[in-house]
Design a binder for this molecule. Structure first.
Ligand SMILES: NC(=O)c1ccc[n+]([C@@H]2O[C@H](COP(=O)([O-])OP(=O)(O)OC[C@H]3O[C@@H](n4cnc5c(N)ncnc54)[C@H](OP(=O)(O)O)[C@@H]3O)[C@@H](O)[C@H]2O)c1
Length: 313
């Protein structure tokens, strides 16, 4: 039997770390788990895993690094994404050009399965560049390596998330929380271990079942942004009471100009960008009739006090 080698791009991120833990727990027969990261190797979470990790320091934007990472791999997962562009990384280079590169290299090598993580709301017609480049990436993956499987999650939450944790941190120091656009945008938050499990199922499943398919990943509940913040406050330990103040889109955009300027001048990560305000204008929920977690045999976890138990002082 050929060796099963899985290359994971974006393994050091929020979903990537959970995916590696899931791989470790479920003891799949991958002889090597190869990861590519821009960071130095001293990544402490890797030490807790009983996986045969091959670490490559490099960037997904380098053809040579991607070739090295995929050489001899039977399975590839791409979890690389950015929320805002930086000097070295544009949305197009990360979400589109790099995916094109990966898919081409998958096609010319020994790769059987390529699981590409995109995002719900991706659309070639979107006013958000994040969403447009995500759509271009999906298209590139499916056309250049037609056996690819694309997973598109709504907001992903869990102990190390950047959504509930961010608003929880804000709530701890501020008596008010802003509701961009009045907080009416709908989301379908999905628990991080369900997303990690979905990746694993796609890697294990026959190509004839998942190859060339797009799955939309959402939790069991559709909630507005306002409802999500209310839940976050109610399930925090101890529960918090804060005023939720509607902020019109135009005001959020004005504020995000200041955040983006601070990012350009001082390198401070922006709390909100103009592109994210654009994204917030469209609901982020699973399309009726699309393939989803249930089609992968996964019953999505409920958004509850239990799954939000990490929000504590
Ligand atoms: N989290 C969510 O709510 C959510 C929702 C929908 C879709 N998604 C998508 O799911 C994927 C994973 O999300 P996440 O939340 O886990 O992201 P994350 O925590 O921000 O992690 C991003 C990962 O991308 C890697 N990366 C960034 N630029 C890179 C480069 N030039 N070369 C190599 N690696 C690079 C980072 O690795 P290093 O820093 O170690 O290089 C890190 O491992 C992304 O595509 C994201 O768009 C996430």
């Amino acid at each position: 039997m050929n060796q099963r080698i899985v290359t994971v791009f974006g393994a050091t991120g929020f979903i990537g770390r959970e995916f590696l833990r899931c791989l470790d727990r479920e003891k799949r027969d991958f002889s090597v788990v190869r990861i590519l990261s821009r960071k130095n190797k001293d990544i402490s979470f890797l030490e807790d895993l009983n996986l045969n990790i091959e670490y490559i320091q490099g960037s997904i934007t380098s053809q040579k690094d991607v070739e090295t990472a995929i050489k001899g791999a039977s399975h590839v997962v791409n979890l690389v994404g950015i929320l805002y562009p930086t000097r070295n990384s544009s949305f197009d280079s990360i979400h589109h050009e790099s995916v094109k590169n990966i898919a081409r290299i998958c096609n010319s090598g020994s790769v059987q399965q390529f699981v590409h993580i995109s995002a719900l709301g991706s659309s070639l017609d979107s006013s958000s560049e994040y969403a447009r480049t995500k759509a271009l990436g999906e298209k590139a993956a499916l056309s250049l390596f037609p056996q690819s499987t694309v997973l598109k999650p709504s907001i992903v939450y869990g102990p190390e998330d950047d959504f509930f944790n961010r608003f929880y941190r804000m709530a701890k120091i501020s008596p008010v929380l802003p509701l961009v656009g009045g907080g009416q945008t709908q989301f379908q938050p999905v628990y991080v271990s369900d997303v990690a499990q979905a990746i694993l199922v796609c890697l294990d499943e026959k190509q004839s079942v998942v190859g060339g398919k797009v799955y939309e990943l959402g939790g069991p509940h559709v909630k507005t942004f306002r409802q999500l913040l209310r839940l976050m406050l109610r399930y925090s330990d101890p529960p918090l009471k804060r005023l939720l103040v509607p902020m019109p889109f135009w005001l959020a955009k004005t504020q995000s100009i200041v955040f983006e300027l601070a990012h350009q001048l001082f390198g401070v990560a922006p709390m909100l960008t103009m592109d994210q305000v654009e994204l917030l204008k469209t609901d982020n929920i699973v399309t009726a009739g699309s393939l989803n977690l249930l089609d992968l045999g996964i019953t999505p976890k409920k958004l509850s006090k239990d799954t939000l138990s990490y929000l504590k002082s």
